[in-house]
Design a protein around this ligand. Structure first.
Ligand SMILES: *[C@@H]1O[C@H](CO)[C@@H](O)[C@H](O)[C@H]1NC(C)=O
Ligand SMILES: *[C@@H]1O[C@H](CO)[C@@H](O)[C@H](O)[C@H]1NC(C)=O
Ligand SMILES: *[C@@H]1O[C@H](CO)[C@@H](O)[C@H](O)[C@H]1NC(C)=O
Ligand SMILES: *[C@@H]1O[C@H](CO)[C@@H](O)[C@H](O)[C@H]1NC(C)=O
Ligand SMILES: *[C@@H]1O[C@H](CO)[C@@H](O)[C@H](O)[C@H]1NC(C)=O
Ligand SMILES: *[C@@H]1O[C@H](CO)[C@@H](O)[C@H](O)[C@H]1NC(C)=O
Ligand SMILES: *[C@@H]1O[C@H](CO)[C@@H](O)[C@H](O)[C@H]1NC(C)=O
Ligand SMILES: *[C@@H]1O[C@H](CO)[C@@H](O)[C@H](O)[C@H]1NC(C)=O
Length: 279
């Protein structure tokens, strides 16, 4: 049987161990708590063959030399990009990103860690991590990057068709999109029975050319050709006026997801030299 002295001795030892643990925990939390900064990413789909931006912002720091930016990609051994002590450090960069990445060095001081990715490939899709260290602490955020192809459609009168037809054409899409026609006059009408859409693989065997023909169109009407896949949606409009003498097109491409970058092409206006009088 343990003596009273032994019991007190072991109790005191236990209390000391518990207290030491608690103090270590408090100190640990204090350090890690102070070392957490806010990092936010924004996703925008990448268009194959063009340059893309992986957006990332963080709580700014006045000391540029203390800022470290690391971009990592899930399943990739090396780094995507590293920036520290005010400049790029690409010594641990993975081969697949060699010569293709850049941060906006003059914007880093303001909390912009966005990465520019040259010549986006289908294989660039995946989960990226934006990891930041500053004198205030560190933080990270993930970004889901989708890649594909999308382009603005052009709508014109189809001169080769036997009936009054419109032809909607877009050079590069991937994955295969859906094409839906709409008209201002017959809102809600379903044109699937009076149109014909085809997809033709481009020479690199990834993207496809989209062509859709709408038959039996009426005068004094505006038609829209809408092309959509899981990463983008694009619309081309054409206004068909008196006897096809004049028409104009307006078009736009919108990338899906939170940041929407909008591209517009200006109206081509009236091109009477392209007019056609139907018999
Ligand atoms: C970061 O800077 C670049 C270059 O000025 C700019 O295009 C981009 O929109 C900025 N990103 C953010 C998230 O502010
Ligand atoms: C019309 O047909 C000609 C000859 O078949 C062809 O070269 C041209 O591309 C066609 N144009 C349209 C808009 O389909
Ligand atoms: C239009 O009609 C086709 C069949 O005629 C049908 O498959 C399609 O779902 C319809 N589209 C809409 C938007 O109602
Ligand atoms: C277009 O209209 C003509 C005459 O009304 C009709 O014969 C033809 O089937 C129509 N074409 C389509 C694709 O609906
Ligand atoms: C659609 O186009 C294809 C290829 O050009 C053609 O074979 C088919 O007959 C067309 N379908 C209709 C309904 O016009
Ligand atoms: C595309 O595919 C075709 C047939 O499958 C092949 O002959 C051609 O070499 C391919 N082109 C490229 C650039 O891979
Ligand atoms: C188209 O609109 C013009 C002016 O509003 C009108 O004079 C013309 O008759 C209309 N044409 C058709 C086919 O409805
Ligand atoms: C007008 O149409 C003609 C003939 O198709 C073409 O050569 C010319 O480039 C067009 N002009 C404009 C401004 O689109």
């Amino acid at each position: 049987m343990a003596s009273l002295g032994q019991t007190i001795f072991w109790s005191i030892i236990s209390i000391i161990i518990v207290l030491a643990g608690a103090i270590a925990l408090i100190i640990g939390f204090g350090i890690s708590g102070r070392h957490s900064i806010r990092v936010t990413t924004l996703t925008s789909a990448g268009n194959i063959g063009e340059d893309g931006i992986l957006s990332c912002i963080f709580e700014p720091d006045i000391k540029l030399s203390d800022i470290v930016i690391q971009w990592l990609k899930e399943g990739v051994m090396g780094l995507v990009h590293e920036f520290k002590e005010g400049k790029d450090d690409l010594s641990d960069q993975d081969e697949m990103f060699r010569g293709r990445t850049a941060v906006f060095a003059d914007q880093v001081i303001g909390g912009n860690a966005s990465l520019r990715l040259k010549n986006v490939q289908l294989t660039d899709a995946g989960t990226y991590k934006c990891y930041i260290i500053t004198s205030k602490g560190k933080g990270n955020a993930n970004l889901e990057y989708k890649t594909g192809a999308f382009s603005i459609p052009e709508v014109n009168v189809d001169y080769n068709a036997s009936s009054e037809s419109l032809r909607c054409e877009a050079p590069r899409w991937f994955p295969q999109p859906t094409v839906v026609w709409a008209s201002q006059v017959d809102q809600g009408a379903n044109f699937s029975e009076v149109s014909n859409t085809s997809f033709e693989l481009n020479s690199e065997n990834v993207t496809m050319k989209v062509v859709s023909v709408l038959y039996n169109v009426t005068i004094n009407n505006t038609y829209s050709c809408m092309i959509e896949n899981n990463i983008a949606k694009a619309t081309g409009d054409i206004k068909v006026t008196g006897g096809f003498d004049t028409f104009s097109t307006l078009c736009s491409v919108v990338r899906k997801q939170r940041t929407q970058s909008l591209q517009r092409c200006l109206p081509t206006g009236t091109n009477t030299s392209e007019s056609k009088h139907w018999p």
